[in-house]
Design a protein. Structure first.
Length: 277
């Protein structure tokens, strides 16, 4: 008697918490062109959002189920990743490297422990919409390794950011293609309960590739933009995104509520204003 076994991957997608670029971009979309927002870090409100999501994933039991954390290699995503899924405060003299050193990226936070042994892996493929906006440009990997010692950067080939271009914005379709390749890569992993901390534009364009045959209400739910620090749990079966997770693990984000205009929405709403700069 043949038994059909479907391997399910639980994909817990998280948009980073509020960054300084979200605040400035909400006030003026042209702020996304500012070099001062290079590799934007979290705001104090963003860290409050991280704390609230951390409490949620612990309370609903998701924190104990996660066996891999994938993060985009930008400051705001790595801060969110280690803040939500990392250990408690790091204590000097304890064996092992911290996930994040004290005050990394002007966080004002204590160092975060990696004692729980959960792997954190930085992956270029889930970065935000590439090009033009300095907030989406990364630092060197060597710099990040000093700030996030226990994060695994071995899958990133170049120390320098060779993907971001100052005058060329990655087309939406290319973001979606990159996202689909990333999803296919996730399916090669042995882990089946994965948290991915990434960006609004990346999630929006990637998830819009799914759900063409779904009921409009389901498709709308899948494809709408994420709020800051929002978590959506999904299930991937046989390379198809079939359903959302339960309300028990989903988290609405924006707690506390703050300005969170994504750079890709600002670009779409004000293309002329931004391109004229």
């Amino acid at each position: 008697m043949e038994v059909l076994v479907l391997l399910c991957y639980h994909y817990n997608a998280v948009r980073h918490a509020q960054g300084i670029h979200n605040v400035e971009g909400e006030k003026n979309p042209n702020a996304y062109l500012s070099p001062e927002l290079f590799d934007a870090h979290l705001t104090p409100l963003g860290w409050d959002q991280v704390d609230n999501l951390r409490r949620h994933v612990i309370a609903c039991g998701l924190a104990k189920k996660i066996d891999l954390v994938i993060t985009s290699p930008l400051l705001r995503t790595m801060q969110t990743a280690v803040g939500v899924f990392g250990g408690e405060a790091f204590v000097d003299g304890v064996k092992g490297k911290p996930l994040m050193v004290e005050n990394a990226g002007n966080s004002g936070r204590r160092a975060i422990s990696s004692l729980d042994g959960l792997p954190f892996v930085a992956v270029e493929a889930c970065r935000e919409h590439l090009g033009v906006h300095p907030c989406d440009r990364r630092r060197t990997i060597k710099e990040y390794q000093t700030l996030f010692p226990a994060v695994d950067f071995s899958l990133i080939e170049s120390n320098e950011d060779t993907l971001w271009e100052p005058n060329v914005r990655e087309p939406n379709e290319e973001v979606a293609i990159r996202g689909m390749k990333f999803i296919n890569w996730l399916l090669t992993r042995r882990e089946t309960e994965i948290a991915v901390i990434t960006h609004s534009g990346f999630l929006f364009h990637t998830l819009n590739k799914f759900g063409k045959d779904f009921h409009p209400l389901i498709k709308d739910e899948i494809c709408k933009h994420f709020g800051n620090c929002e978590l959506r749990s999904m299930v991937i079966v046989d390379k198809s995104l079939l359903s959302f997770g339960t309300d028990r693990t989903n988290f609405p984000g924006r707690i506390p509520r703050g300005l969170d205009l994504p750079s890709d929405i600002a670009h779409d709403k004000h293309p002329n204003a931004i391109s004229d700069q």
